[in-house]
Design a protein around this ligand. Structure first.
Ligand SMILES: Cc1cc2nc3c(=O)[nH]c(=O)nc-3n(C[C@H](O)[C@H](O)[C@H](O)COP(=O)(O)O)c2cc1C
Length: 165
């Protein structure tokens, strides 16, 4: 049968680091409502058995041009081989290459990168604090809805891991 949309039935884990302003976590809390999704805070949890998850996400604020070291280390240690993976991130200033270090880990584990979603996040790092920060109010409503839409579409397009109602 067709027409009602997509029900997320597979198990999803998202390992995240969101320490600056909770910007990235804001996106994850909205995505979490869409299915059976386990959020893993890599500050508190350094080791996890991810073998039983169908899809694994990594999410982070951007720190010095990449995902936080804690997420990179977590992925190196815990991402099983040949998994389907996605990336979510927030940054102060849009630029290329923020996902590169994660992509290298994903490739080294023969995993498949299903997609990436990035948006701006309130940034008061260093001297930016003196001017009240940048990207104030982000992620905003549209950013959050964009993240949910990214997730929905990714699930709908990923083979055999979803059920169409
Ligand atoms: C130590 C530090 C380094 C940062 N480095 C960058 C950077 O290289 N590029 C950028 O666009 N934003 C940078 N930011 C801004 C954060 O990526 C942005 O605020 C992000 O939304 C934080 O996410 P979080 O609140 O989930 O931790 C940095 C922030 C901090 C605190």
């Amino acid at each position: 049968m067709e027409g009602k949309g997509v029900e997320v039935l597979m198990k999803v884990a998202i390992a995240y680091y969101s320490q600056h302003h909770g910007n990235t976590k804001k996106l994850l809390d909205a995505i979490k409502e869409l299915g059976d999704i386990t959020l893993i805070n890599v500050v508190k949890c350094k080791e996890a058995d991810l073998t039983n998850y169908d899809i694994i996400g990594f999410a982070s604020g951007i720190y010095f041009g990449k995902f936080s070291k804690a997420v990179l280390d977590f992925a190196r240690k815990n991402l099983p081989q040949e998994k389907a993976v996605f990336l979510i991130y927030t940054y102060g200033i849009n630029s290329k290459g923020y996902t590169k270090a994660m992509e290298q880990i994903i490739a080294a584990k023969s995993c498949q990168l299903l997609g990436t979603y990035g948006c701006r996040g309130f940034d008061t790092f260093g001297p930016l604090k003196l001017i009240g920060g940048i990207a104030k109010g982000h992620p905003d409503k549209d950013d959050v809805e964009g993240a949910r839409e990214f997730f929905r579409r990714m699930i709908a397009e990923s083979p055999s891991t979803f059920t169409k109602l």
